[in-house]
Write a protein that binds this ligand. Sequence first.
Ligand code: TXA
Ligand code: MG
Length: 348
Amino acid sequence: METVIERMRDGIEEAGMRRAGEILRRGGLVAFPTETVYGLGADALDEKASGKIYQAKGRPSDNPLIVHIADWEAIGKIAAEIPPGAKLLADAFWPGPLTMILKKSDAVPLATTGGLDTVAVRLPSHPVARALIRAGGGYVAAPSANTSGRPSPTTAEHVAQDMDGVIDMIIDGGSVEIGLESTIVDLTEGTPTILRPGYISREMLEGVVGRVEVDHALLSEDVNIRPKAPGMRYRHYAPRAQLVIVEGEQQRVRQRINELAAANAAEGRSTGVIGTQESRGCYANALVKSIGSRQDESSIARHLYGILREFDDSEVSVIYSESFDTPQLGQAIMNRLIKAAGHQIISV
Ligand code: TXA
Ligand code: MG
């Protein structure tokens, strides 16, 4: 199939948006920008259309999709119950990078929810995303637009690397703003529980609904504790090279990485390093990439997936990454990085 690219970096282009909406309405697939990462959209209420998403991504069919809406009122059709906390969180954080798990209505096919009786709902803030949802009928199922197991796409080029020839259209809205997937909070049982950390932190949620828990599996090293979000159970974002996180006092981290890189060079193995604007000049014997600045944690979040993809195009056999335990986004950044590293961490 030929994948049409519609360029909307400078805003919505009406004719292209109409074509994108028609593709969704007749059961096709359109990738589009959101403020978090690019999504791969299909009509969420059409089980055949949702099914195509799993095929295009090579995604296990028990891993549910997020249903994207463009207006609060749309939630009534897909959620069987709307707990008071949902309205409070929506007022505080929608449109934006928050996904809520609610009891699903009969309108949502099980193909969309991976067989679960709950549904994940998100109202994104990106204007192109919202225009597409409206053009497509109001309910767009969209996982991140990567092949299963690859880093989530933060540019239209990343989407094309994985999806060219496989889907009907890619809307190119330029680079995304946040770069990490939305925070997922489960509102279906008692205390609201974070199933996936993101830009909206636990503290921000607690400021609105009181006590919030974090899924125990996210805090544990024990692989036998199953995360509640099916997608968090799969190995994700794994770069081709071995990835190892080096954590500790910054001066000592730099020193240890340099020792490791020197040892690799002596053995003829090439090394990659994920450093920052502040540290990039401190490394030798390695291909060094700056992820952003420690003075601006959002720059680190925004570039994480792109850097992992760039290293996939290089010849390095091992990558050492500094640790980024920054104030607001640190939890979300490290959750992704630790998964990408398959939990390989050196503490110095
Ligand atoms: O920022 C985002 O959320 C992006 C953009 C495109 O909106 N989407 C995204 O979708 O990250 P995806 O499919 O890559 O991740 C969805 C996550 C998976 O871990 C899935 O298991 C979980 O949400 N999920 C979806 N429905 C669920 C449900 N009913 N119960 C528990 N977890 C659910
Ligand atoms: Mg994903």
